[in-house]
Design a protein around this ligand. Structure first.
Ligand SMILES: [Zn+2]
Length: 282
């Protein structure tokens, strides 16, 4: 599995199970955005980092607290940046999805399962509320708090390169996990995001994409919210809504046959959360 250079000094691997990892070489040290979950992928990044810079890793930015993004942090660096709510979410019982991932990730080995279950919680050195700017080398990194997928999600906007690292606020090729998110905040976040001056986006999961994928998810979430509101009015239960949501989803995304089961599982795990939010105001 390859680490590819998507812009000058910006490297990413989008082929990992389960999520994407990015490294920015600022010329004055490296910044990692999210980390791998599997031990062999952590080893790949360790070698890559050694080959990139004698300064090493200055910061690791966690786009949010889910364990498929933060498991490798302790192995790769010690100066961690998170949005302040993500730190709180990480400490909540069960909130990281650690136990689910340790047993249900496709092809997971016992070694990796143990790695996920036993890594200690990360202690971020820096947390912020709305926005944090990092000026390092020739690059300006703007970190924005973007609630939606989780309360404490953030994105990294690399201004000079017009690159956005979106975390799980955006996925390409399949819908995201919506089991802990707030759909109304998520729609607001994507509406804001589509006005950023970017031409290359690293989503939390899936291939590198453009703003087309923001528009697609925006339309998907809006349609899903409307569908659920309509079905609640008609008296449908969660099971009925899940079946209708599955039909709608395959109309929006051409899902890789290998990912169909996972997509269905993520959707089924998302609907109860969306149902309770939408029921409240419909
Ligand atoms: Zn996530």
């Amino acid at each position: 599995m390859a680490i590819q250079e998507i812009k000058k000094g910006i490297y990413t691997n989008v082929e990992y199970i389960p999520s994407n990892v990015t490294c920015i070489n600022t010329g004055e040290g490296l910044i990692l955005v999210d980390t791998p979950t599997m031990t062999e992928d952590v080893s790949q990044w360790k070698s890559f980092i050694e080959g990139q810079s004698t300064i090493g890793v200055k910061y690791i930015i966690a786009t949010h607290h889910h364990f498929d993004h933060i498991t490798g942090i302790n192995s790769l660096g010690d100066k961690v940046i998170m949005q302040e709510k993500a730190f709180e979410e990480m400490l909540e019982e069960g909130g990281t999805l650690r136990e689910v991932m340790a047993t249900e990730l496709p092809g997971i080995t016992e070694k990796n399962s143990n790695f996920i279950l036993t890594e200690p919680h990360v202690h971020p050195e820096i947390t912020f509320s709305d926005k944090l700017t990092i000026n390092l080398g020739n690059l300006t990194l703007e970190l924005y708090h973007i609630p939606g997928h989780t309360k404490g999600s953030l994105c990294v906007y690399i201004v000079e390169e017009k690159v956005l690292i979106a975390g799980d606020t955006l996925t390409s090729g399949m819908p995201p996990f919506m089991g802990q998110g707030n759909i109304t905040q998520w729609i607001s976040t994507l509406t804001w995001m589509k006005d950023l001056d970017v031409d290359t986006i690293v989503p939390g999961h899936g291939e590198i994409c453009s703003k087309d994928e923001i528009n697609r998810l925006l339309e998907y979430l809006t349609s899903l919210r409307n569908l659920i509101a309509d079905l609640i009015k008609k008296g449908s239960d969660i099971e009925g809504i899940t079946a209708e949501a599955e039909n709608m989803t395959t109309g929006f995304y051409t899902i890789d046959p290998a990912m169909i089961e996972e997509t269905k599982m993520l959707l089924a795990a998302s609907i109860p959360n969306l149902y309770s939010q939408i029921k409240e105001y419909s």
